[in-house]
Design a protein around this ligand. Structure first.
Ligand SMILES: [Zn+2]
Length: 287
């Protein structure tokens, strides 16, 4: 399920968008094709855009000591991935330097923050294993198509809202001008227009909230799956150490809003899950 979920969601959304374009354009295959290929092009464009935004450089262009640190850790992780998957996979490695302790899987690339290279080897491998799960499951493709849809839906709704508000203002102003003076008509019509615009804004906010909550639910599922994958490759203990050491552990209760909208599960929940999975693994090995 985890392995194919991102791909299934991505293709389902792409199919829905294509059909929507076909339907709304009155059955135009050309518009359906434009929307379909436009979305695919934007997903592909995300990869260089992310690299540019993060200032990521290919591993071949970094100092030799950093190259060795990252490549040797990755080689071990890839060996375990190959054993588990039964086939070799080879993402392109990039390094960036934004002062955080993060790594990212974008398309066929794994981007590692420079500071991670100086963690102990286990923690670096644990993070790479986590990113390998995102890479294998094509999570970045799914994230890109979801974010693109949320963005386009929001833009579409804003344009629709302004148009409806303006249309309502004009119609009401014309009708009222037959009964009252021009200025009174404009004043009353602008009040109506504002009310309709306010209703529209409320609808946009509710829609955005629902979309974000749904997207976050999917993202948290991906993160949990990636943590489990790292445990399955034998890096559970190191991943826990990374989460604890990086001040990411926060035992404060999350608000309901955080629970709904956070893209990552709370670190203490991640640690608890890793511990649980490690215990399960140990009990399997014992029997
Ligand atoms: Zn992740």
């Amino acid at each position: 399920m985890r392995r194919y979920l991102s791909t299934i969601i991505s293709f389902a959304i792409l199919a829905f968008d294509t059909y929507w374009a076909y339907d709304i354009s009155g059955g135009s295959i050309m518009w359906a094709a434009i929307v379909c290929f436009g979305i695919i092009a934007m997903i592909f464009a995300k990869v260089p855009m992310c690299c540019f935004g993060l200032g990521a450089v290919p591993i071949d262009n970094v100092p030799a000591d950093e190259q060795t640190l990252l490549q040797s850790a990755m080689d071990e992780v890839l060996q375990r991935v190959q054993q588990k998957e039964g086939k070799a996979v080879k993402p392109k490695l990039y390094i960036c330097d934004n002062g955080t302790q993060n790594a990212y899987s974008v398309g066929g690339r794994i981007i590692v923050e420079r500071s991670l290279l100086w963690l102990d080897r286990g923690q670096l491998k644990a993070i790479l294993a986590h990113e390998m799960s995102h890479f294998i499951c094509a999570d970045s493709m799914c994230t890109a198509i979801i974010e693109l849809n949320i963005f386009l839906i929001s833009i579409g709704m804003i344009i629709l809202n302004v148009s409806i508000g303006l249309f309502a203002f004009l119609i009401i102003a014309i009708i009222l001008s037959m009964l009252f003076s021009t200025w009174i008509s404009i004043y009353i019509a602008s009040l109506f227009g504002k009310f309709i615009k306010w209703m529209g804004e409320l609808t946009i906010r509710i829609s955005l909230f629902v979309h974000r909550a749904l997207a976050s639910l999917i993202y948290r599922y991906m993160e949990t799956g990636a943590d489990i994958y790292s445990v399955e490759l034998g890096y559970g203990y190191s991943l826990m150490r990374y989460l604890r050491n990086n001040g990411q552990i926060n035992t404060e209760r999350q608000s309901a809003l955080q629970l709904l909208l956070d893209d990552h599960p709370a670190p203490y929940k991640r640690i608890a899950l890793i511990e649980k999975k490690m215990n399960e693994q140990n009990s399997i090995t014992q029997f």
